[in-house]
Design a protein around this ligand. Structure first.
Ligand SMILES: *Cc1c(COP(=O)(O)O)cnc(C)c1O
Length: 364
């Protein structure tokens, strides 16, 4: 049975947690003393490797226990001072979530909202920053996982920098697969997590920031657990996590990064995910499904499809049929139209996407 916990799990065609490599899962089978030298060294190595993926010698990675949203909340609360104001670019649920976080933690914000099948446009950002000098930060999602749309990060970063404002990026569903280099995209902070394109296990998120930005963040966070500056100072002081770390997940992420290197790094992973998406789009289009996004806006992370026309589409039945054939997919997350989503990330290859298309073909 595909969903029997003792049997073979389904292939996870989802935006995370994902199907991971056996070696990554195997790394999570031993115990670690969190204050012992070997774990301190493991944490230091992991932090360095994460920062290196974003391309700068003066970048620091601050891991934080929990899912991706924990890092986004820590980023907004620790980077935006109480007297600051964030302009949030919204074209989906994760942009909206940043606004909700700001509302909860008492950070002033404004929004530029556009349709879920449209990328935020640099010209409106330019006008908004020109019109409102009280905006200190701009926050944007790299790949909005709601639809799978790729947002134009380089243009947004260029406009933000030209106005002398600071950029905060939710790169959760892109980091490790789409290049994000501080030398090309000037940012104050990037938030991501272990269980998306890095193909680790769920349980750690992290923020990468220039050291001077983190130094300036002292005393800002409205929360103890989500204080990135204190978390960073803790690592710098004795190499240890402030609070109990998910030791096995840390060890598994280190192995997942070995596998990323072995694959050929971010460029090679991007290429594999793109081949997955291409196989998926071609196969589904061949069956009559219409992708929600045009190819040019479609990131190789997750694809949204409209149900077949003239077909009484019922997601739960479709989901169950696919699960019986060994594939897990996600419902759509769009506000306006019915849809479903198929992920391209994780230990998944073009041949798997073709098998998926064959399973869909047998179901319709
Ligand atoms: C997955 C994701 C998150 C975090 O979600 P969690 O469920 O907290 O891990 C945040 N932003 C984006 C764009 C995501 O894809």
């Amino acid at each position: 049975m595909a969903n029997d916990p003792a049997g073979t799990p389904p292939l996870l065609l989802t935006p995370g947690p994902l199907t991971t490599a056996a070696a990554t899962r195997a790394a999570a089978t031993r115990d670690w003393g969190s204050r012992e030298t070997d774990f301190i060294e493991l944490t230091a190595r992991l932090r360095r490797r994460l920062a290196d993926l974003a391309g700068g010698d003066d970048l620091v990675a601050v891991p934080i226990q929990g899912s991706g949203t924990f890092a986004v909340e820590a980023m907004l609360g620790s980077m935006v001072p109480a007297e600051g104001r964030v302009l949030i670019l919204i074209n989906g649920a994760y942009g909206k979530r940043m606004a909700e976080i700001c509302r909860r933690i008492g950070r002033a914000y404004r929004k530029i909202e556009c349709a879920e099948d449209q990328a935020p446009d640099a010209k409106s950002l330019d006008r908004a920053l020109h019109a409102d000098p009280s905006i200190t930060h701009v926050a944007v999602v790299h790949v909005e996982t709601t639809s799978g749309i790729l947002n134009p990060l380089e243009d947004i970063a260029a406009v933000t920098a030209r106005h002398g404002r600071r950029l905060l990026i939710d790169a959760m569903s892109a980091f490790g697969a789409l290049a994000l280099d501080v030398n090309r995209v000037k940012f104050d902070a990037v938030a991501a997590s272990s269980n998306k394109c890095l193909e680790g296990l769920p349980g750690i998120s992290f923020v990468i920031a220039p050291k001077d930005v983190l130094s300036d963040a002292a005393g800002r966070a409205p929360s103890l657990a989500f204080d990135l500056h204190d978390q960073w100072r803790g690592f710098e002081a004795n190499g240890q996590w402030r609070f109990t770390p998910p030791t096995q997940i840390v060890a598994a992420l280190d192995v997942a990064l070995d596998l990323l290197d072995a694959e050929g790094g971010i460029v090679a992973r991007h290429r594999r995910y793109q081949a997955n998406l291409d196989t998926l789009r071609a196969g589904m289009t061949g069956l009559g499904f219409r992708p929600y996004l045009p190819e040019a806006l479609s990131a190789p992370i997750i694809a949204t499809f409209h149900p077949l026309p003239n077909n009484s589409f019922e997601f739960n039945a479709f989901h169950r049929g696919l699960l019986d054939r060994g594939f897990a997919i996600y419902p759509g997350k769009l506000t306006a139209v019915p849809s479903f989503r198929v992920g391209c990330i994780g230990q998944v290859f073009p041949a798997d996407m073709q098998r998926f298309v064959d399973a869909v073909s047998a179901l319709i």
